[in-house]
Write a protein that binds this ligand. Sequence first.
Ligand code: UDP
Ligand code: MG
Length: 340
Amino acid sequence: MNNRPTFSIVAPVYDEEEILPAFYERVRAVMEGLGQPWELIMINDGSRDGSLAIMERLAESDSRVRVVNFARNFGHQVAVTAGIDHASGDAVVLIDTDLQDPPEVIPELVAKWREGYDVVYAVRTQREGESWFKLTTAKLFYRLIYRITDVNIPVDTGDFRLMDRKVADVLRHMREHNRFIRGMTSWAGFKQTGVGYVRRARVAGETKYPLRKMIRFAWDAVTGFSYFPLQVMIYLSLGLAVLAVIVGIVVAVLRLTQGPDFFGGQATTIILLMLLSAFQLFFLFIVGQYIARIYDETRDRPLYVVASTRNFDEFPNVERSQRVPPIATRESVERSRNGQ
Ligand code: UDP
Ligand code: MG
């Protein structure tokens, strides 16, 4: 027998003192309803208010509450990462502490997991109590990310999700510094599905994602999961070159028909300038491609993720980071729980 919980709830906390007690109560009510062992991992991301004291009090009275206390504010995505690192459940649920993601949706995520899905993300079908500006920028953000990234990151989906242990293990081996958790979960693969929910207004306190942080976040998503910014150069370069040729032809024709002084002496200079710029952009694009490759190597993501194998007792010659246990069935989990 072991005392590993079935469910790990991961909640990042940054100045949420007004909400924490209510958050804990609602999570507890929901999780007790599921009737299986669970843990609540709260990460204190350098809160400046009384959040830590409240978390410690909760941990004191309930041993299922576990606290990871950061030395300073490292940011939401890093806090969630620490939570995944410390979670030991068969399924890991990421949820915000401000109750915008209602804990009551967790049983729906769990139901899908029991059906055999490895990642169940919660899709915001409606958002309440957020400004017009936040709604529009968020909508644009999700569509942009969907269009230009190389992995299919579902739209209108935040970090609120459930992932199977094997997906959590893949994430634990992705140590990139600029983290975009939802992209990373999509990247991991396995069977993924969504469940709709209404995103509530914040119960108290205010958003810790001002415009500045949102732009940074969007940039992490774009640079972490696409080479789009580097590829823009080739389009600009080709565009300029084509333009230079067209202008060249037009000027030549006009000079032949209207006389050699048409446009004065400017035209040749401008056309040459456009051609030169096109050349420079083209070689910058090439340099960019090399940088992209250096970036790939330094990021050191696993090359691939194995979901299952046949007729192998072990995983010979396979890096630990790529060694993901075969798809666990409910029965195999039960068996390992009973110590077999
Ligand atoms: N959060 C965090 N560190 C930060 C910013 C936010 O741990 O630097 C936590 C915050 O306490 C909340 C969650 O991340 O539980 C989501 O943040 P927030 O509600 O401010 O974002 P929004 O919902 O407005 O996008
Ligand atoms: Mg929020």
